[in-house]
Design a binder for this molecule. Structure first.
Ligand SMILES: [Zn+2]
Length: 465
């Protein structure tokens, strides 16, 4: 039986992510914790003295280990090797990266299959008339040589650009993946990892590569070899994540099909960011549709429309505690939680849509034209209904392209008055969490940071320059 190990209960990430408990980590979608794991490793390569995440108790840097369990991986926080052995959460023996790397790389470098695949891939790529230079296992830059970092296959493909192809048979080691990506990115060389097979379950090292390649996996096998000969250029088999833990039907692609402009890695389709962007909007879209319907049905009192009920239920399913709050709210204010949330939604949508379009669109109150958003916010902050949400509204506005509104003297005064008058809801409050579900790009630190890392924050949620 496995011995019971101590484990890091809370890791503090740099803001906006903040504290992440082990429970929260384990409840995350694979894509989310893999992104964190990758960001931690990238930071470790670039600035080892400033870890992205620290142990709550000893403050030393932590990484995310993917613990293999049957058919899956369980993420957990682990101290980096230099972390304090005296930390009450120190987990005992650690894998030492250098040993692990040496063992893995020696193993596969010597493999005859690996050598054969590298030479085959290079020969097929060279058949493309655009190929100006190619090499296997060498890269004529002393600085890189010294660090022992040269690609399996190096290609200069004219206008297509320069490529480093890594044929990966053994599972790659996470810090090495991050190091290579940073290195080639600086060199202006596109890095592509090529597998020979997709094991099921896929070892975490392969998952890490797929994370870097935004949900794309590239394979070279007999079928792609034949296709490469036929087409006179290197053909790879591209597997795209289906967003449900599996893969879409693979398709054959060439280097021409790769998107290489966005930094990070080359990929055919950004499966991770696109799905994250879409997921972020899911709940909001339900509310927006309900609001449109409500305005048609009851133009004078849309917030009392039953059109909001399915949208309310969708949030209810995601925010534990919303039910209980709803009951309390009724008792103390004789108003329905659903109505309250619908009004808050209209207030914040006014801010988001105005931020997106650079105009004043206001969906609640009668203000219109220049200054309408500020006037609406000030009037809502003065009303008894929303005084307890002043901090929430303030945080929201500050996370949008309209952040400067939050520094207007009238707004600052209204927020101050509301805070003096009423106890404020905080980020653990069900209403705050419900709003974070509807606008994760602004209020969910994890989602906001990931979108920002990937350059995919929507315009309305971009910090001002
Ligand atoms: Zn610690």
């Amino acid at each position: 039986m496995e011995s019971h190990q101590r484990t890091i209960r809370i890791a503090d990430f740099e803001l906006p992510r903040g504290a992440v408990t082990i429970e929260a980590l384990m409840a995350m979608r694979r894509e989310s914790w893999e992104h964190l794991r990758t960001e931690i490793n990238l930071r470790r390569q670039v600035d080892p003295a400033t870890p992205l995440a620290r142990c709550r108790l000893c403050k030393s840097g932590v990484f995310i280990r993917a613990q293999a369990i049957k058919n899956d991986h369980l993420p957990m926080f682990v101290h980096f090797p230099e972390g304090s052995k005296d930390c009450p959460w120190y987990e005992g023996r650690n894998l030492r990266p250098d040993d692990a790397r040496a063992a893995q790389y020696q193993g596969h470098q010597e493999s005859a299959l690996h050598r054969h695949l590298c030479e085959t891939v290079e020969a097929l790529a060279k058949a493309d008339p655009r190929c100006e230079h190619s090499a296997v296992d060498t890269y004529l830059r002393p600085a890189i040589h010294r660090r022992g970092r040269w690609p399996d296959i190096y290609l200069e493909m004219g206008e297509l650009g320069r490529f480093a192809l890594e044929v990966q048979l053994a599972k790659p080691f996470a810090p090495e993946i991050a190091a290579r990506h940073i290195h080639y990115d600086r060199e202006g060389v596109r890095l592509i990892w090529i597998f020979n097979a997709l094991e099921d379950p896929l070892p975490q090292g392969f998952h890490d590569v797929v994370t870097m390649q935004r949900g794309n996996a590239f394979l070279f096998d007999d079928e792609t070899q034949i296709a490469s000969i036929e087409r006179g250029t290197l053909v790879l088999k591209c597997y795209l994540e289906d967003g449900e833990g599996g893969w879409l039907e693979p398709r054959l692609v060439t280097l021409d099909d790769l998107q290489t402009g966005g930094g990070r890695a080359a990929f055919v389709e950004d499966r991770r960011s696109d799905l994250l962007v879409a997921r972020s909007k899911n709940c909001r879209t339900l509310w927006w549709r309900a609001f449109q319907q409500a305005r048609q049905e009851r133009p004078n009192s849309p917030f009392y429309s039953t059109a909001f009920t399915p949208a309310w239920e969708a949030v209810q399913a995601q925010v534990p505690g919303l039910d209980e709050w709803n009951t309390d709210f009724w008792t103390s204010r004789s108003d329905r939680g659903q109505v309250h949330l619908a009004m808050l939604f209209a207030i914040l949508c006014s801010v988001a849509h105005s931020a997106e379009t650079g105009t004043n669109c206001v969906y609640i109150t009668k203000y219109s034209g220049e200054g309408a958003v500020l006037a609406m916010l000030n009037s809502k902050l003065s009303s008894a209904d929303f005084k307890h949400c002043a901090n929430l509204i303030d945080s929201f506005v500050r996370s949008t392209a309209l952040a400067d509104l939050a520094d207007k003297p009238s707004f600052v005064r209204k927020v101050g008055e509301a805070c003096d008058a009423e106890e404020q809801i905080a980020s653990e409050h069900p209403i705050w969490q419900a709003i974070a579900c509807l606008f994760p790009e602004a209020l969910d630190g994890m989602v906001r940071a990931e979108l920002s890392d990937l350059g995919r924050l929507p315009r309305w949620a971009l910090p001002e320059n």
